[in-house]
Design a protein around this ligand. Structure first.
Ligand code: GLC
Length: 525
């Protein structure tokens, strides 16, 4: 099994399409808007764009409820706009990934609309249907990741259908061979159009235990690694032994890998597990090319715990995409204390992981050091927030990009954007940051440029961890060393013998003594 040669050195950028750039003044980000911003993305130094779902969708889960996998939501553009984006990006050596949502469809997908017609419907077995337990309760004790039971009663047929997310997102039945065949055709359709691969949504959850056994209850729920903030959800009170991580799921990935390889394409998996260790199983020969290191996107700023987590993740797999942020999680600047403190810490952690195998990821706005937008809970559209009172409302990390200080921050010429901006100021905008060499934008650009310039940081042996104790941490890859001081006192990096120079630093004073919460990259002269 091979991997695309272009993947070896790539840096990834996640575009939350509805909120990236609006080209036609309807208040929604769109594909031509992405084309217009390609110079910005090229200058930033990213090679792969992951677009969140672009397909027709009733938007019950912001597009992760797909009603037609082979079409483009007119809000975002047309299939021809996809072609134009792929071509324009290719001219800048940038590749485009789509978001594949194979665990569930929208309840308005024609397959589900047919499946609902009755027990004998042609597409009935595309979904997971069961009778109630004898006492009338749902078929088993599984809960939805968004809150409440994972089952909804379909009254006309008297059966429940399974949904690990919102009731409008019925789970597909991957034990049904016709479902696998449909998805082969979906993958082929986009790969033949020049899409470079897919980010696979909840890649660990497609296959379910054939007998749909109850999940064991965990009380109290285990503390997640890295010190994740917030109250545990109902979902956290279960060991997901029978609804997630079934061996059959890996078979699906292998099938797709064979397909991807015929197109030199990439499969990046969202594998959202509490513990780092099983990640290695997913990003392995024959399966997905890489998986996101999402535990990093959930940590709070606890230096020793964060260092332990980074090391544990790096040991679990050499095929990780180091994501510190996403459209699902509180932004690092906010998690790390907000303001200048949060921005300093976020850049320091991004630097620490930039040289770890395999690739860094930036989520739109992370390069601007954005914090979570100030959006009132009553304005939240996120189904998670509606179904679980008190849960994190993901709207705050999905607000439109602040491009300029002009009206609507340069995002749209419409009177209003599709969702509130949430109190951004002039210094948050890309335009203002362009002029300041110490801005988050310019530093992230310099960070990715340093990675691009240093072959060993991308391909060298290692990481070999330096023999230092928290709050200092560092590793060597070939002729490069990356070190971070997560503590509150200056600390000296014990560089290996030889002449070393700092080629990137998160602060203005590069040198082997790192100030509090500073990170740097060194190379051997
Ligand atoms: C993934 C997506 C998230 C979505 C969920 C259900 O976790 O990133 O936004 O709500 O899957 O599709």
């Amino acid at each position: 099994m091979s991997e695309p040669s272009w993947w070896r050195d790539a840096a990834v950028y996640e575009i939350y399409v509805p909120s990236f750039a609006d080209s036609n003044g309807d208040g929604w980000g769109d594909l031509p808007g992405v084309v217009e911003r390609l110079p910005y993305l090229e200058a930033l130094g990213v090679d792969v764009l992951w677009l969140t779902p672009i397909h027709p969708s009733p938007f019950a889960d912001h597009g992760y409820d797909v009603a037609d996998y082979l079409a483009v939501n007119p809000r975002f553009g047309t299939p021809a706009d996809v072609d134009r984006l792929v071509e324009a990006a290719a001219r800048r050596a940038i590749r485009v990934l789509l978001d594949l949502v194979p665990n569930h469809t929208s309840d308005q997908h024609p397959w589900f609309e047919d499946a609902r017609r009755g027990r004998d419907a042609q597409h009935r077995d595309y979904y997971v249907w069961r009778d109630a337990r004898p006492d009338g309760r749902p078929p088993n004790n599984w809960v939805s990741a968004f809150g409440g039971p994972a089952w909804t009663l379909d009254e006309p047929s008297g059966q429940f259908y399974l949904h690990l997310f919102a009731p409008q997102q019925p789970d597909l039945n991957w034990a049904e061979p016709r479902v696998a065949a449909e998805f082969d055709a979906i993958l082929r359709f986009w790969l033949e159009r020049g899409i470079a691969g897919f980010r696979v949504d909840v890649a660990h959850s497609m296959a379910k235990h054939p007998e749909l056994l109850d999940n064991p209850r965990l009380d109290p729920p285990p503390k997640p690694p890295g010190g994740r903030p917030g109250r545990p959800r109902e979902w956290d009170f279960f060991e997901h032994r029978h609804d997630l991580s079934q061996a059959e799921g890996l078979e699906i990935h292998r099938r797709w890998r064979r397909l991807a390889e015929t197109h030199d394409a990439l499969l990046l998996g969202e594998v959202n597990l509490r513990e780092p260790q099983p990640l290695g199983r997913y990003a392995s020969a024959g399966g997905l090319h890489a998986v996101f290191a999402f535990p990093m996107a959930e940590t709070s700023w606890e230096p020793a715990a964060v260092i332990a987590l980074v090391r544990e993740l790096a040991t679990a797999s050499r095929h990780l995409v180091w994501a510190h942020a996403s459209h699902d999680r509180s932004r690092p600047v906010t998690r790390f204390g907000g303001g200048a403190t949060g921005r300093r810490r976020a850049l320091t952690l991004a630097t620490l992981t930039v040289g770890l195998p395999r690739a860094p990821l930036l989520y739109q706005g992370e390069e601007l050091g954005l914090d979570d937008a100030d959006i009132a809970r009553q304005d939240a559209q996120d189904p998670l927030a509606r179904l679980t009172p008190g849960a994190f409302a993901r709207d705050v990390v999905r607000s439109p990009m602040p491009w300029t200080t002009g009206p609507n921050l340069g995002f749209t010429s419409a009177a209003a954007a599709w969702m509130p901006f949430g109190a951004r100021d002039a210094l948050d905008t890309a335009a203002a940051q362009e002029d300041d060499p110490a801005s988050p934008l310019r530093r992230h650009r310099a960070l990715l440029a340093a990675r691009r310039a240093l072959t060993d940081l991308r391909r060298g042996e290692g990481p070999d961890w330096l023999g230092v104790a928290p709050p200092l941490v560092g590793y060597r890859r070939g002729d490069c060393v990356v070190a971070a001081n997560l503590g509150t006192e200056p600390a000296q990096v014990p560089l290996p013998p030889g002449q070393w120079t700092a080629v990137f630093s998160t602060a203005d004073a590069p040198g082997r003594v790192l100030a509090a919460e500073q990170a740097a990259i060194f190379t051997r002269a």
